[in-house]
Design a protein around this ligand. Structure first.
Ligand SMILES: *Cc1c(COP(=O)(O)O)cnc(C)c1O
Ligand SMILES: [Zn+2]
Length: 441
């Protein structure tokens, strides 16, 4: 009785396409949304939805134990359970950043650890939906020769894992020498065709869109709204983890900008079904070196221009021509949104400060934390507010960058945060002298 379909994002046409149709743009070239029959969903009360989601939460009944598929009716209501490819994604910890928050004067700061997942980034949430949907397409008789994506590292890791689990051929396009070794080895291990191109992410994106114009190669980038459907469940899960209370501010690092839109979609659906009554303020955090959205924001949304993104330690968001720019602007306008940026020094030092309180932050989470610190300094975020920072990848995926930070090999690093191993002979005396020298007091 619940239904969903593809619709045009710009509203330039009013057609509806089946979720099993192989289509990623409308006939006029606009991006697509997945639209839900909200009045059908509304025939179940808000309280009943919350109870259902809580019952399924992190249990084993297939496929509902997944944080995404536990909300199946809100994601892809008609999908056959046999088509679902899932690694039990979602259900990630929402940690109270007590000591780091206190250092900033915040009592109610939380970090949603979305990188604690199967391929170590939050891309798993959208990819489980996309690859499951491909299986559903194949079931319905469409031919799909391979699934392909351009990636700054995390999308390709997720796509190759889900394709391998489904037994589907996978092609990933990566900018040569611009992804971490930990990210690169994932599609290699999962048996994807790995294309390493002499360009940046935006160049890979242009190539894959051309390649996917030939029938049979299905495009898995986040311009595909099936990905957004999975990512939007983070917003639902977040509110669920606060016993269905809405935080005041949610900060998300942004690159291709599908995710900031996905958060808006998640909160909007909860609002229209009566699960929540207020909207959080959304903050999109960008690296200064890859900040086209920030520039448009400072211009009062008047003017948007793609840029050539410069290298950043936050390599997963080194994107100058984000596919979802207009989706992001729409989301931020509707959620009293803010865009903040962080320099390399700011993002690395913010991650290091959080690490000193027990976290282990990837550079993108560092961008979000730096944005938080700046918004507190400006008085935009205040001490009484409940703030959630979305941590998007596992810090271990960026071991090289983090090690270089501590080795002092990066510019603008706060020396008080560096910490290197002490190399000593195996002598008790030498060790005791070193302890006296290194411990405070
Ligand atoms: C993809 C990604 C982002 C940004 O998400 P977009 O939807 O592209 O804006 C942020 N952090 C990490 C680690 C990512 O992999
Ligand atoms: Zn259209």
């Amino acid at each position: 009785m619940y239904r969903a379909w593809f619709s045009c994002f710009d509203g330039c046409c009013s057609e509806k396409w089946a979720l099993t149709d192989v289509i990623t743009r409308c006939p006029n070239g606009s991006l697509l949304d997945v639209s839900h029959d909200v009045s059908a969903l509304g025939s179940r009360s808000a309280a009943a939805w919350m109870q259902l989601f809580d019952q399924r939460w992190m249990r084993s009944a297939w496929p509902f134990g997944s944080g995404v598929w536990g909300k199946l009716e809100w994601v892809y209501p008609t999908i056959s359970h046999d088509s679902v490819v899932s690694f039990a994604e979602g259900g990630t910890n929402l940690l109270w950043a007590e000591r780091y928050g206190a250092s900033l004067g915040l009592r109610d700061l939380w970090v949603k650890q979305c990188g604690n997942s199967h391929t170590a980034s939050f891309k798993d949430l959208g990819m489980t939906v996309l690859v499951s949907a491909v299986r559903e397409m194949i079931r319905s008789g469409r031919g799909v020769r391979a699934v392909a994506c351009a990636s700054t590292g995390d999308t390709s890791a997720a796509l190759s894992a889900y394709c391998a689990a489904a037994g589907l051929p996978c092609i990933v396009f990566l900018p040569r020498a611009k992804v971490s070794p930990e990210q690169l080895v994932q599609p290699m291990a999962n048996g994807a065709v790995v294309m390493s191109l002499d360009t940046d992410f935006d160049g890979c994106m242009a190539v894959v869109q051309e390649v996917a114009k030939d029938g049979g190669i299905y495009l898995a980038n986040s311009m595909n709204p099936l990905r957004i459907e999975g990512q939007k469940t983070i917003a639902v899960e977040l509110v669920q983890q606060f016993d269905w209370e809405v935080p005041d501010v949610v900060i998300v690092p942004g690159g291709n900008l599908g995710n900031i839109y996905a958060f808006a979609r998640g909160f909007e659906l909860m609002e229209s079904l009566g699960l929540i009554r207020k909207r959080p303020r959304l903050v999109c955090a960008q690296a200064h070196n890859a900040n086209p959205l920030y520039r448009a924001y400072v211009n009062g949304w008047d003017r948007y221009e793609p840029i050539r993104a410069a290298p950043t330690a936050a390599s997963a968001i080194q994107i100058g021509n984000p596919v979802s720019i207009h989706r992001a602007i729409k989301a931020l306008r509707a959620f009293d949104g803010i865009v903040e940026e962080a320099t390399e020094a700011e993002l690395l030092n913010a991650a290091a400060r959080a690490d000193r309180t027990g976290m282990f932050c990837c550079p993108h989470t560092g961008v979000a934390l730096a944005a938080l610190e700046k918004l507190i300094a400006k008085g935009t975020i205040t001490r009484d507010q409940r703030v959630v920072v979305v941590s998007t990848a596992h810090g271990l995926k960026f071991a090289q960058t983090k090690t270089a930070f501590h080795a002092g090999g990066l510019d603008g690093v706060d020396p008080t945060l560096r910490n290197m191993p002490v190399e000593l002979p195996a002598s008790v005396d030498a060790v005791k002298r070193a302890i006296d020298r290194l411990l405070p007091g």
